[in-house]
Design a protein around this ligand. Structure first.
Ligand SMILES: Nc1ncnc2c1ncn2[C@@H]1O[C@H](COP(=O)(O)OP(=O)(O)OP(=O)(O)O)[C@@H](O)[C@H]1O
Ligand SMILES: [Mg+2]
Length: 146
């Protein structure tokens, strides 16, 4: 399943969430994380210590890596501050969009903007909120199987 982690706001725990979600998905099947951020935080994180139990590559190398090996799940650590068009492409390219956010007023404003952009091309769904240090809103994209 393709899962994207995105938020217009930087520093909202996208990379942290992507790494942990990919680790969890790996317990279900072979998983690859595509790092879409310009600073390659996921790639650098995965290179530290003993590495990750799943493959991590820059997003531009995803196609080649997915030709070389079979993966059941793809997790995308999306870029911070994407353009509106880029964010729509991120949201359209996944079955599940996870939007991690801090619980403060600045982050709330960016979350509302992010949700507005995400809902601009798909029918509103019931977002699920999880509170664990940071919180996350997640909804299925229009292209996802129901
Ligand atoms: N669940 C959490 N609870 C509290 N703090 C968190 C949580 N997840 C991440 N953080 C902290 O929030 C900060 C930002 O995390 P992270 O780098 O994952 O955000 P990001 O959205 O990927 O940032 P960027 O926009 O720069 O790519 C880090 O200091 C990280 O340790
Ligand atoms: Mg990041």
């Amino acid at each position: 399943m393709p899962i994207s982690i995105g938020n217009f706001k930087g520093g909202s725990a996208k990379t942290t969430s992507a790494i942990h979600i990919a680790a969890d998905m790996q317990t279900l099947g072979p998983t690859i994380l595509g790092d879409g951020d310009i600073v390659r935080a996921s790639v650098k994180w995965s290179a530290r210590g003993t590495g990750m139990p799943f493959k991590v590559v820059p997003i531009a190398q995803l196609a080649k890596e997915m030709r070389a090996a079979m993966y059941d799940h793809v997790v995308i650590d999306a870029e911070a501050n994407p353009s509106d068009e880029d964010f729509k492409d991120i949201a359209k390219g996944c079955d599940l969009l996870v939007i991690p956010t801090e619980a403060d007023s600045t982050a709330r404003d960016r979350l509302i903007y992010t949700l507005t952009q995400a809902q601009g091309y798909r029918p509103p769904q019931s977002p699920r909120a999880h509170h664990q240090g940071a919180s996350a809103a997640a909804g299925r994209s229009a292209d996802a199987p129901r």
